[in-house]
Design a protein around this ligand. Sequence first.
Ligand SMILES: Nc1ncnc2c1ncn2[C@@H]1O[C@H](COP(=O)(O)OP(=O)(O)OP(=O)(O)O)[C@@H](O)[C@H]1O
Length: 358
Amino acid sequence: MAATSPASPAPAGPRRTGDVLVELEDVTKRFERGGSTVTAVDGVSLSVARGEVLAVIGYSGAGKSTLVRLVNALEQPTSGSVRVAGQDLTRLGEKELRAARAGIGMIFQQFNLLSSRTVAGNVAYPLKVAGVGKAEREKRTAELLDFVGLLDRAHAHPEQLSGGQKQRVGIARALATNPPLLLADEATSALDPETTEEVLTLLRRVNTELGVTVVLITHEMEAVRRVADRVAVMEGGRVVEVGDVYDVFTAPQTPAAQRFVRSATHDRPSPEALARLREHHPGRLVTVRITDRPRLQQVVDGAFRDAGVSAELVYGGVGEVRERRAGSLTYELTGDDAAVQRALAGLRAADVVVDEED
Ligand SMILES: Nc1ncnc2c1ncn2[C@@H]1O[C@H](COP(=O)(O)OP(=O)(O)OP(=O)(O)O)[C@@H](O)[C@H]1O
């Protein structure tokens, strides 16, 4: 495979909407284990557009790793089809499969670096396997190490590096053959929060500067918020919800998505915080979802005023998801029952999402 400069876009090019790079169609994967059958992936249909960052989130055992292994053809589905760059991976012979896998970069939670090789040796390794000559290998390796900010550590061995540096080497190695697709399987799960941020920023640059499509497998909603364009929520082998990150953060539809959003946003009172609030606020506690809708606060204040309730802000926060306003605010509403009901009805009639904390 030809290696080109990391500064030039991968063959994928910039995002072109409607251009699908990965397409899973009704994919099921079952494993036989000790006489019983485990359905790891259960009827999943999902597509990844060229140039996007798609996060797949789910708890342990949801089927995320199996899904990734289906995309890079390390597993074959029990039924359904997996297409990458227009090729149906379920119909390829071993030789063609090897070629298809070479077009997919992969990074792992445990980095999987070769301890006997230097940093440069690790990055150059896939180029060597691909038959790239020495001079070109060295040039490309230097470019990649420069891109990930580790040029000065080229001759170090992996054990001399921090976790974040190891993952940056992993990313450089995964990009060596210029694949259009990078799969990141829990790539930041072994890292502390600061290092996680650094690696996520690098993954975002891989996407925006090199045009590489990224599929990010994670159980951390914070990682989704930081880098993904879209998110698919997995539970019990199924994709239960898929949507733009902003939409899923501000309006999660399924209980699984709601749990993940709560884990990453701290503007909704926890049961403990709610118990404390109740000690001082005997009125009705309601939480209003804040989006980037213009003049939302005026609409909310207007609904309270028209209903004749008084509203005291008692909890919440407003921040950003993918650079757009998002958050929730909890109010104590004081007034008679009918007035409180009028306020809630008024908000809902104005398409404001409001949850009662009772
Ligand atoms: N090779 C296998 N043989 C038998 N069962 C398997 C195999 N691979 C995965 N499973 C089972 O399939 C289910 C999904 O596993 P998978 O590793 O894909 O989930 P996951 O969401 O990636 O979880 P984790 O984050 O813990 O890896 C689990 O019940 C797991 O035990």
